[in-house]
Design a protein around this ligand. Sequence first.
Ligand SMILES: [Zn+2]
Ligand SMILES: [Zn+2]
Length: 763
Amino acid sequence: MSDALSRRQIQVSGLVQGVGFRPFVYRIATDLGLAGSVWNNASGVVIEVQGDAAVIDSFLGRLRSETPPLARILSVTIENRDAIGNDAAFRIVESRKGEAVHTLISPDVTVCDDCLREMFSPQDRRHRYPFINCTNCGPRFTIVRGIPYDRPSTSMATFPMCPACQAEYDDPLSRRFHAQPNACWQCGPRLELWTNDGRLIAEHDPIAHTIDLLRAGHIVAIKGIGGFHLAADALNTSSVELLRTRKHRVEKPFALMVPDVETARGFCHVSAAESDALQSRQRPIVLLRRNQNCALPGAIAPRNHDLGIFLPYTPVHALLFREGRFKALVMTSGNASEEPIAIANEEARERLATLADFFLVHNRDILLRCDDSVVRVTGCNLQHLRRSRGFVPSPVQLHKAVPAILAVGGELKNTICLAQDRQAFLSQHIGDLENLAAYGFFLEAIDHLKEILEIDPGIVAYDLHPNYFSTRWALKQDGRTLIGVQHHHAHIAGCMAENHLDGTVIGFALDGTGYGPDGNIWGGEVLIAGYASFSRVAHLEYIPMPGGAAAIREPWRMAVSFLHQTFGPDFRKMPLPLFDQIGSAKIDLATRMLERRINAPLTSSCGRLFDAVASLAGIRQQVNYEGQAAIELEMAAVGIDDASAYPFDLTLSGDCFLIGTRSLFHALVADIHAAVPAEMISARFHNGLADVLVRTAQLLRQRTGLHQVCLSGGAFHNVRLLLQLSQRLQVEGFSVFIHHMVPAGDGGLSLGQAMVAAHRHLS
Ligand SMILES: [Zn+2]
Ligand SMILES: [Zn+2]
């Protein structure tokens, strides 16, 4: 052995187990003629390499540049070792048992091109095998029961591998080396087709049969990765309408699966960035702008300019599209409205029997439900609307370490967050906790996440709303430090955390509802905020909500309230189309509530302001899903470039700026009298709101010298508002920070709660 031999020990941490990392190391080491070994340890993967120093350098370069698709390297530390004289070969060493393994579990990812090629190749032993997978693809998060991540702790434990699969599993050079879900026709899971009363349809080719059923207009419940979908031929209007009726889903859009980006272009405009998002490994539902001459039935997404489109991501989807030649399938979550997605075969058959005619099921258990993720590309940014399958459990990297914390989120669109050290793990989308089944899922998600991440939180963070189910659960966690976090503070702290900000920022937290410490319903808030504390420096002026929660379901009530506030009792004398539409009895009742202040809680909600404008513009008087009026108001202005803006009033009250709407409603009512169309009203409203928020930011900068602005809250799912406000703030010299890793809405709330709790605990 020559003196020139070097030996280095390399510790790699991150997402490096269960993703083909050791075989990858083996391949490049043997390729470069290096000796040594590789094994898993508690913090990831350890490599020892021996050879010429320059060759080791190129090994380190390739470690970074050729990382396997699912792996994510967070850190690499290198130490020199003494060369070992007789070390000539490179080996993969079995992981030592009993060592506490703290490593990341991969999200579920789309079937890879190599597996698809094999599946469609008649010579391959997995030809048409609907559960084909390899180290680079397939289910992960949803089939893991616990750690360490290997076959016995997954739902593949009940499928002993056949000799051929076992040989691949044991071969470091195989794409299936240690691929835990590895399976084939001989040894793996199988599909079955059932009627909705549970009879097995005697049929040896369930895929072909399912294709026939879908073509004939039937609705088929299809078991996937994170739960069941209800599938229907999207070009068959009566199937789509039947599904809508059965799901009791009046107007909420259905997601569409299409075979490829080309087909998506036939329905929607697809930019390069959107095409990338569609084809990404996570395969989220991407919201795309519908083409004007789009040939799809209106019932797919009524009154919406956008369609939620995604590409096939399981072998079953790929078979259905390739062999069925569908242009598009509706693929909506297999649940009754607002319930969690169904995952177990029997559970699905009970819950979905009235929704689906047939069931395409399989015998690999889904251990954890996980809905499809929903994203939108805004400019060059990916915006998460629902962060779930494909993204979870990838952590949000924090710039500072935090103690072990569980944050339980809000009430609607709930997610939870477990944070420790420099990582925050958000759960998949759980849903609306007022639904009992969703609450059960919430409990399940907490247990499962604690189990697979091995985090035992000493701190529990929760929303201040005393009646949220998440809050009530948190308050029962004896023996832990309980920290309540104001809703809008959590929004801003979450945005700061994603962007690795410190210190204090100007935070715009705009949404529908959040509990205010003064007992009112907040939602149009401007905060000067750091992680540990905040002060409320501006907000939308309070307005009563006649009928309380009914005012959320019926936007016309908010219109009446703003009219009453702006014009006084005489507002009824104005000739407004709204009054005829709603009828005087209802208007009278709402007015009496306002005058006597009965059942009329005060709110500064931005969402309720959008509702009132949507109502007056004649767009919507009743909503069928959360945020519908605001979404349709935004949609109305699509393509409108009107530059004029409604005025808002900005006044100082004590230390706090009040954003008033009297001037706004004077101008808006004048436009209604002048028969200005709804789309112009919408554009002028958006312009005006952006104006007043920019002015507010300028005043706050004068007072405080702060120039960093965070935008958070569900209102920033409104692309027009987000783009207008962030562009105008940038023109004025502000640094603007938005969400790009978690939703701006309540789906991202738990991240901010965890951050606030961490800093309160430390201070
Ligand atoms: Zn694969
Ligand atoms: Zn096999």
